[in-house]
Design a protein around this ligand. Structure first.
Ligand SMILES: Cc1ncc(COP(=O)(O)O)c(C=O)c1O
Length: 310
């Protein structure tokens, strides 16, 4: 998913031109990964663009920051306005937004207390995150394990934690797969490099939780609500590799991939090699919800309120 530059980036309190949003090479967040971030999307709706679950994403940003003693020097209301303003200023509709807050340059010590905090939000037009997403993706169970919550809580979305994901997905793609599925330190399924996992068995859906060393996805939570509303039974349970191999359907959820079917794991064909009926039902509902087409989910949308193309 390469990005197309836009006009403005929100940087420490104001919109500045894309090319001027730069940081020092000795930024602590660059040297040691000491930052937190979010990934969220705006979608076109009949009432103009709207950001999906902006509140939930920003709440997670502050929770992640707290864990790393990173005091974000702006209120959630300010970052909410900044996110909406950014979509407006860049005249975007379907966009991916990337808020990031990190310790900036002041020391080469590992401790962070001298470092100022820099906050930025970028927004770029949305592209497809995984190749082949519509037809379903091919994944491999990664030989690279997900870090344990006792080392770094996987429920926090911190920059440095993603070197684990990057290593796993690079390895998977080198071996010809679209995505890696990481096991946790107990050998149970954790999640994809940037997605949560669901399986479908006998018409019910199953997903794991915090204890499996996963990021508690905003999409995951939304899918659990959608499933309940559709009358699809859902169970939260640890997931083994054997559960994967005997599942009727498998799918990933996440801001970037939305709901994406898995059609193959390490050569084992899932659901006849195409998105299954339960996956498609949930996917269709999700796709309508994010575009404001279902009144019961309108409260998930933060409307940008702009004349598109103005
Ligand atoms: C490791 C990981 N798991 C799961 C997810 C899905 O989370 P969300 O649905 O909040 O985007 C993401 C993406 O943010 C992720 O990076």
């Amino acid at each position: 998913m390469g990005f197309t530059p836009t006009d403005f980036i929100w940087f420490n309190g104001k919109l500045i031109p894309w090319g001027e949003a730069k940081v020092h090479v000795l930024a602590h967040g660059l040297q040691y990964g000491t930052g937190v971030f979010e990934g969220m999307k705006s979608y076109p709706t009949a009432d103009g663009p709207a950001i999906f679950r902006l509140d939930a994403h920003l709440e997670r940003l502050y929770k992640s920051a707290e864990l790393y003693d990173l005091a974000i020097p702006y209120s959630q209301a300010t970052l909410t306005d900044a996110s909406l303003e950014l979509v407006r200023a860049n005249k975007l509709e379907a966009a991916y937004l990337r808020p990031v807050a990190f310790f900036d340059a002041a020391t080469l010590s590992v401790w962070t207390k001298e470092c100022p905090v820099t906050v930025a939000i970028a927004a770029v037009p949305t592209g497809k995150y995984l190749a082949n997403a519509d037809a379903g993706v091919r994944v491999t169970v990664s030989p690279i394990r997900k870090f344990d919550n006792s080392a770094m809580p996987a429920w926090a979305k911190a920059c440095g934690q993603y070197i684990n994901s990057a290593r796993a997905v690079n390895d998977a793609q080198r071996r010809g797969f679209d995505e890696a599925l990481l096991l946790n330190s107990q050998g149970l399924v954790a999640e994809g490099s940037g997605e949560n996992l669901f399986l479908v068995k006998d018409g019910s859906i199953v997903t794991n939780d915090k204890d499996a060393s996963i990021l508690m996805g905003v999409t995951r939570a939304s899918i659990l609500e959608i499933a309940r509303d559709l009358g699809i039974a859902a169970r939260i349970s640890p997931i083994s590799v054997e559960d994967l191999m005997t599942a009727d359907e498998l799918f990933f959820t996440g801001t970037a991939v939305e709901v994406t079917a898995i059609r193959e794991i390490d050569g084992h064909v899932v659901s006849g090699g195409k998105p299954g009926p339960v996956t498609r039902r949930i996917q269709d509902t999700f796709n309508q919800a994010v575009r404001g087409q279902l009144p019961q989910y309108r409260h998930w949308l933060a409307f940008v309120r702009q004349e598109v193309g103005a």
